[in-house]
Design a protein around this ligand. Sequence first.
Ligand code: F6P
Length: 521
Amino acid sequence: MSLPSINPTNTESWKLLLNHYKEIKNLAVQDVFTKESNRALNFTVEWQDFYLDYSKNRLTGETRKLLLDLAEEVKLKEAIEQQFEGKKINETEGRAVLHTALRDFDTMKPEVKSTLHKMKLFSEEVIDGTHKGFTGKPITDIVNIGIGGSHLGPDMVVDALKFYGNHLKIHFIANVDGDHVSETLKSLNPETTLFIVVSKSFTTQETLVNAKVLKDWFLTKAEPQDVQKHFVAVSVNIAAAEAFGISEKNIFPMQDWVGGRFSLWSSVGLSICCAVGYQNFEELLQGAFEMDKHFKSAEFDQNLPVILALISVWYNNFFEAETEAIVAYSQYLNKLVPYLQQAIMESNGKSTDRNGNKINYQTGTIVWGNVGTNSQHAYFQLLHQGTKLIPTDFIGFSESLNGNIGNHNILMANFFAQTEALWAGTYNQDVQNSFKTFDGCKPTNTLLIKKLTPKNLGSLIALYEHKLFAQGIIWNIFSYDQWGVELGKTVAKDTLSAIENKDSGLMENESTQNLIKKFLE
Ligand code: F6P
């Protein structure tokens, strides 16, 4: 059974939304809060520890109704069911998409259970020091070698859950930039370092090159038989990991139905497990599982991922907003945006629809952002007074983890102030100086979460995973493949051969030839 493949622009609701957009696009709607009774509560969804207020948006009850009709017309519900049932909805790669099965504690697949068990035992031994290095010392440092989905998720979560961490220092090597590898090695002692080589395919150039550099470095201090105590792998490709020199007992398997950018829940999360302990890792999975159930069963008008997806489509396709910002008011979420950039942009950066036709409407949003309050002193000027419309998600937490209430109150005062200022601007104020005028009406979603716990983080990540899937369904694209990254990889083989053979003539393009010539000088 295939995913429904309906061109959204041919639906009745899309046509109505176009007309509706014309009616409201120029309205200054700041005063909806005085005009509409219960505006804020009417546009709020409360779920577990999450409180989403989307009332500061350029939409009305009618907009919401039409957007919900759109979700019905493109058969979003059916698509969600197909994903959770494990249908091969990644059609261009002939695969099911089941990262949700990695956290399905009701009906957990045996292979998922056994991998989790293996991760638990291993991480416990590393944390409590039972696992010893080649000179009998316990492990102090872990290096995760992997790129893309084999890096961004674990790196983000390890940072986000630092508060729940232990004595282990976790490092990430993703970039093939040798300077980064060398810098990281400066602080490492081979006797007490564990390397986790993470690659679903075990064919990724950057990861294999870096893994070899690290193994060679290790072998300058240790003997070949010591490798098994210091190198483990995470991969679907067991044979390739063994060929690299890692024995099967040190390989943590993953399944083909787990996409790279959705893989932090799998054995790819081994570094997370070591950093915060298995119990916290399981809570992260539990939080995602809770969000999965919500996405599957909540009515669309109360469904957090669906609501966020529809609002995003509204701005992307009707207001023609090209980008969205995400600003988390928590330093722990410093790496959330780079992680979401891969999840969202690798998934929805597509221009061919599910029927194989070229698309003539906008898909994939560009996401960017950083943490608050730093962002306020960097690019918020443009959000407030620039010419571009940039819908922004604000994410904040009611409780401070370390109990520094004074700072936390100031942080959150800024969090609330910004969404209010962006919305209200200087509307209805007698501002004489045009440079000091703020138009307002800048849309924001406010996600207020009780506390940054492993469980809530799991729910937050899953919220964005499901949001991007819902958007992909509406846009009639395949969100789970990534053919767009392949061409660059192929061309890089040619450029490497031109560099290694010192022959820029191997390249066809004159500009590339000249650049390589200059580089070789
Ligand atoms: O860049 C493309 C990509 O396939 C990503 O989707 C993936 O996360 C990354 O490369 C790493 O792949 P692997 O885990 O197979 O090394």
